[in-house]
Every structure is written in C-alpha cells, then in structure tokens.
Design a protein around this ligand. Sequence first.
Ligand code: T46
Length: 309
Amino acid sequence: MNLRKLQLKDAPLMLEWMHDPSVTHDLHADFASKTLADAEAFIAASQDVSTDLHMAIVSDLDEYMGTVSLKHIDRENSNAEFAITVRSASMGRGYSWYGMAEIIRIAFEELGLNCVYWCVSRKNARADRFYTKHGFREIVDISPEILQRYEGVEDLKWYSVLNGDDYTNEAVCKGSVAGCKVVGIKTIPTVNAGELSFFEANHDIPFDIKRIYYISKVPEGVRRGFHAHKDLKQLLFCPYGKIQLILDDGSVREEITLSDPSVGVVIDRPIWREMLWMQKDSVLCVAASDYYSTEDYIRDYQEFLDFVK
Ligand code: T46
C-alpha cells in the first residue's frame, strides 16, 4: 500500500467508484453524472496543493484504490478537512485505514497542522462503524465558518483529531489487548465546555464496584505494577494524561496507550500488568470488584506463570 500524487492513469478507476452506487449512496455530491473528462480534470487540478491536497491510495502494484484528501487547508487556524472515498474493491482490505492514518500523519508532521476534522451523513452506517472502530468520537463544537460549507445538509456527524492524539492506537482499534476487553466509556460532550464520562457497575462493566482508587503525581518515565491478581476484576482508565499499560496473560504480552478519558480496559482474569507513565501528572483510575487484599496479589512473575498454567 502506498500514498502518492494522483496521476492521469487513475481516472478510469476513479470513475468506477463515481458510478458505483454502493460507494456513493450516502455522499451528498452528485458523482453519477461525472465523465472520464471530469475525473481527468480533477486529477489535473489536484496538482495544485495550496489549499487542497488530494492523494491516491494505491496497491503494491500501483493500482488506484481510492482518493484521500485534506481540503480547505487553513494555515491561519492550523486545520484542514479530511475526506476519503475508496473503490468497493478496496473495502475491508485495510486501504481506507492506511490512507486515513497516512494523510493525518502528513497533516501533522509535514504540514504542521494542529487539527483535522471531517463529517459524514448519520445515514452512512458503514462510515460511522469505521470511525467508531478506530476510536474516533463525535464532536459538537465545529466553527460556524466550517458549518457554513454544509448549509442545508442535515444529519451530519462531525469528528476531529488533534495533533498529539494517539489515533493509531492498535489495541483501541482491535478492541482487545492481551485478551482483555478495551471498552468505550460513555462520554457526553458539551459545546465549548468539555465532556462528561460515566459508567455503571454491572451495566457498563461486568462486575460490582467495591473500591475505586487512582494513582497520581507520578513522574514521567516511572513504571508501576509488576503483579497480577488472582480473582480481582478491574476497569482501568486514564482521565488525564498518557499511560502505557503492558498486559501479559502468560503467553501473550501486549500494550495499549491510555490517553483518552472515554477508553478503558477491563481486566477480569489473572493478567500480569505494568504501567508506564508517558506523561508527567497523568492519572490512572481503577474501579475494582473487591476490597483491597494483599492475598489476591501475585508479585512474582514465575509464580504468576505457574498460576495461569
Ligand atoms: C493494580 C494496579 C493497576 C492500598 O492500601 N489499598 C489499595 O486499594 C491499593 C490499590 C493499594 N494499597 C497500597 C498497597 C501499597 O502499599 O498502596 C501501595 C501501593 O500499591 P501498589 O504498589 O500495589 O501500586 P501499583 O501501582 O503497583 O498497583 C496498583 C494496584 O495495587 C493494583 O491492584 O492493578 O495499580
């Protein structure tokens, strides 16, 4: 997979998705009437990258699979609008995620932007599933100038990603880490007033909560943990900062970066854990299924391996 400039030879395959209702049915532009000449004109115009950057997502054999774009690049406000359309032949094969992650990287690392935003029709269930799966959440505080572009278009869902967000967090995308479930914590944004997250025992997490504790004032680079629990079930989340959680079930060792208040990990079996503070003053919060008991801890790794055997 690769991202490169659009080339004239891409026009026939670009026209293919324009005439494919399974691709265009939830898009608000009229693509059905486009011709090969229109696709070629779009590609020719795309060579000017001053306000819009359109790139081709291509296979290893350089076959055009779709277009990914940063539109309305606004250097003053340090943002751009993301857009993507792929051929039906590309769907489910990782091209969309590759193109999206790569163009966001270009926005932040090469163009030095601070924010990439985009919207989709609420009717576009496929796109919504895709963005949710990759950990993006709806936002509501879109500026009026941006909203103006979509005047008259209803039912739009907006998303954004900021420079510094951990948008490629694989465990979040996969939904699990070392066999432990990565869960979304219900979060309600308020216009220009932050967001509120919540979870309820037994409803949102699979146990009763008997204890809540949190770890704070930890310097950057410090590691804690190095133990497992025999019976305790816990939900771990990071409401502020960035903490890497390394989980080991005795045969698989995987990690997840917790940096989003709406993401948590449920550890409901004996799992060896280590926590690395990637950012000073990050806070780790834990909702636990039982009262504190030293008896429940396994602090020796070999003993842990014997226990899970
Ligand atoms: C875990 C990870 C994520 C208490 O007295 N009561 C408590 O409820 C807890 C959690 C700890 N303590 C005492 C025990 C130690 O003297 O606090 C001290 C520090 O505990 P520990 O060294 O176990 O902290 P971490 O950060 O290594 O591990 C903690 C939890 O203990 C553990 O259950 O899963 O966070």
